[in-house]
Design a protein around this ligand. Structure first.
Ligand code: TXA
Ligand code: MG
Length: 310
């Protein structure tokens, strides 16, 4: 089903280890245009191209710094997206008119199998309406995008839960465009080149996923010390997004604890689902706290800041 729909130029939701993607034939501009329509996503915001074999990277790109093969060998399949100078094979609609293309090999058996059966790569952003919370289950996709896709390939819960780390690979250095599970330190070790963080304050963000408001639920979120914020907001119906500890107060209407054990990996996997539940809970205000700012906690904190437009 998924294969036939993609070959016919239709959209299919695909599972990945990070979040669900909204996929189309990356080499067919008309099929890719449907992604932008379905998501209501601006055309300048480029897409990630998903592949199943490392040699497909050389067809999609022209120049590769020597360290790229080491990154591919260690981190693919996995949640690392590489931005490289694009070849003519990549339609401009995929790259948003840029002369680079973002490529990754996702680590999900169903999607890898599907990609191997197709004779083209898949362009896929996260399968959510523009600026809304990324989907980590097939049900999340169905809730918001059911009528926009020909098929939803159900691959269970996304294991990682936050989107891939994105790096731009230049000669002699790497620019970190988006944080994810794979850490800058690991990338530096494997590549042997320094990593610079992109400036998120640019007028034209290097990765539009860095736009300040993103992943946002419709309800207002405050991030900080939950107990202090609770004391200040006793007159409101509250939703809590806690890392490890439950809170008690009569005005708490809904509460999500990301990991009772205080485990960062588990917290990341639950993050977007928790945000959706809170958004559906009809509270006046969501109070959230940052995770410890280490390993994948950094990527979750980044998404939390964007959700709260901080
Ligand atoms: O984990 C993921 O990366 C998921 C799954 C589905 O693979 N995909 C995902 O796609 O998060 P999306 O479209 O939500 O985010 C892709 C990000 C955007 O911020 C986009 O601006 C950036 O990748 N991007 C794509 N091509 C780029 C390029 N040539 N240069 C810089 N940034 C690029
Ligand atoms: Mg997205």
């Amino acid at each position: 089903m998924a294969k036939q729909a993609l070959e016919a130029g239709e959209l299919v939701a695909i599972p990945t280890e990070t979040v669900y993607g909204l996929a189309a034939n990356a080499l067919d501009p008309k099929a890719v245009a449907k992604i932008f329509e379905a998501k209501n996503r601006p055309f300048f915001n480029p897409l990630i191209v998903h592949i199943a074999e490392a040699n497909a990277l050389s067809e999609l790109t022209i120049a590769q710094p020597a360290y790229v093969s080491a990154l591919v060998k260690i981190f693919w399949p996995g949640p690392l997206t590489l931005v490289l100078p694009k070849s003519d094979k990549v339609p401009d609609i995929v790259s948003g008119g840029l002369d680079t293309v973002a490529v990754r090999m996702p680590k999900h058996p169903l999607t890898l199998e599907l990609l191997k059966e197709l004779d083209f790569p898949l362009a896929a952003p996260s399968a959510n309406p523009f600026k809304y919370i990324s989907p980590t289950t097939a049900e999340h996709v169905a809730t918001q995008m059911q009528d926009k896709v020909a098929y939803i390939l159900d691959g269970g819960n996304a294991e990682v839960g936050v989107e891939s780390t994105i790096v731009k690979c230049l000669e002699g250095k790497i620019i970190l465009l988006r944080e994810g599970k794979i850490q800058a330190e690991e990338i530096r070790e494997v590549s042997g080149v320094p990593i610079e963080k992109a400036q998120a304050t640019d007028d034209k963000p290097q990765a539009p996923g860095m736009m300040q408001t993103h992943y946002a639920p419709s309800c207002k979120i405050l991030v900080g010390n939950i107990d202090a914020l609770l004391a200040e907001n006793q007159d409101k119906q509250i939703g809590i997004l806690a890392f490890g500890k439950m809170r008690n107060a009569p005005n708490i209407k809904h509460q999500e604890v990301l990991s009772e054990k205080g485990d960062l990996t588990e917290a990341a996997a639950n993050f977007f689902s928790a945000l959706r539940m809170l958004d559906a809970a009809n509270v006046d205000l969501i109070l959230a706290e940052y995770l410890p700012n280490e390993s994948i906690g950094r990527a979750v904190n980044d998404r939390l800041r964007r959700a709260a437009s901080i």
